[in-house]
Design a protein around this ligand. Sequence first.
Ligand SMILES: [Zn+2]
Length: 508
Amino acid sequence: MALRFHNTLGGQLEEFKPLHDKQVGMYTCGPTVYDFPHIGNYRTFVFQDILRRWLKYRGYRLRHVMNLTDVDDNTIRKSKAAGRSLRDYTAKYIEAFQVDRQLLSLEDPEIVVRATDSIEDMVKMIQTLIEKGYAYESEGSIYFRVGAFKHYGQLTKIDLSGIRDGARIDSDKYDKNNARDFALWKAPKEGEPFWQTPIGPGRPGWHIECSVMSMKYLGETFDIHSGGVDLIFPHHENEIAQSEAATGKPFVRYWLHAEHLIVNGEKMSKSLGNFYTLRDLLARGYKPSAIRYLLAAVPYRRHLNFTFEGLLQAQQSIERLRNFRDRLTQAAFPAGENAALQARARTACQEFEAAMDDNLNTAEALGAVFAMVRDANTAIDRGEFRAGDRAAFLDTLERWDQVFAVLADNDNAKLRQFGLGKEAPATAGIPESVPAAAGAEAAIAGNGHEGVPLTQFLTDEEIGRSIDERNEMRRKGDYARADEIRQNLQKAGVILEDSKAGTRWKRK
Ligand SMILES: [Zn+2]
């Protein structure tokens, strides 16, 4: 089956055919770097990572551009309140975002650009829009004339009849009922940063930033643009209007939008006390791989209901898959092959691929792999599995992980690298003091999930070392110490099984 995506523009599933054979140009709206992104933002970033990994899996060469919005209403307001320069203030959050990305195994886009590094190009595009009659000046600001662009509303399917010609809005964010001429360039305000340019002093509006940065690196027409559904209006609608008015060409061929994340069935918000950044979850002892898994597991066009129970289940699901992999690689199987079993592994791989081709149906892709694991475990228990069958199953698992990227046992190493998260021993309960992250104190204090067990994060390597040490102690006859090591591993969620062939281990 061909690769299909739901295109917001046409409102339906469409076969994906890039403009240039196997080369794909993709733009994703990056974060506005004035605060730590919350897990709803990361739902979209994980979806975009799955999307880019799947395109590569299918043999496309990818040019993925992501922007960092380091000048807009929010960054200016917050940097001013903090008494720091815009560049200095946003640098901290750019760095935090890059750390978060590594924790969540998000691949780096081919090109990452800061908006403030493209001001000159934005000015040029605004000049073009003025020359073509799509933009006008008023009190030092420059606005896009929505009424002059006939196709305005094509993404949102908006009714333009209520829009009064010449009515303007200065804010970058507004709703559909408030659609009107929007700011391309904003006149300087007292105490705000501005640039001296041929169109006058000022700073860019948010929407023009993405039009300019995407077309600069991907050309006037490119394949994929994606973001969260909250960006459809006005941000992406305005990007289309500016870009197509300036070039006279179609801007983007496929628009992909990820649905909202909700928490326990409710909209996430600071006032409801259910607002979490990635770091809030790490501070509570959850693993980055489990967070990635949970955010990836629900197909991107469905609401994702985030719960702590879901996060624990995600952690268990990953452990099941890792245990299966370890069982395949560690257990001794009789020589030979079982053709039917190998066919089972290949079928699972095809099912996984078909699910991903179907608009990235990650839930079905997961289902295919778990059904395979169940069947293989049954075969192993019944003594039907042969040494020659290993490769087929490991291959399917490895292919699946090219996209889901949760099998590497490196949570602990990453957390240590960045000095984040919780590496406490596996005593029950929640950490005593939770570092507060960006206004989320209330959320942490009162949400009633204090009973979550923390698992000490041990890597495969560390477990191997402990087992070696224990075996050494047993050889020396120091059974007390050997038993202590076994108990420590058990507290960390690792179970040992001794047999004549040696010691096998698995995670609880
Ligand atoms: Zn954008």
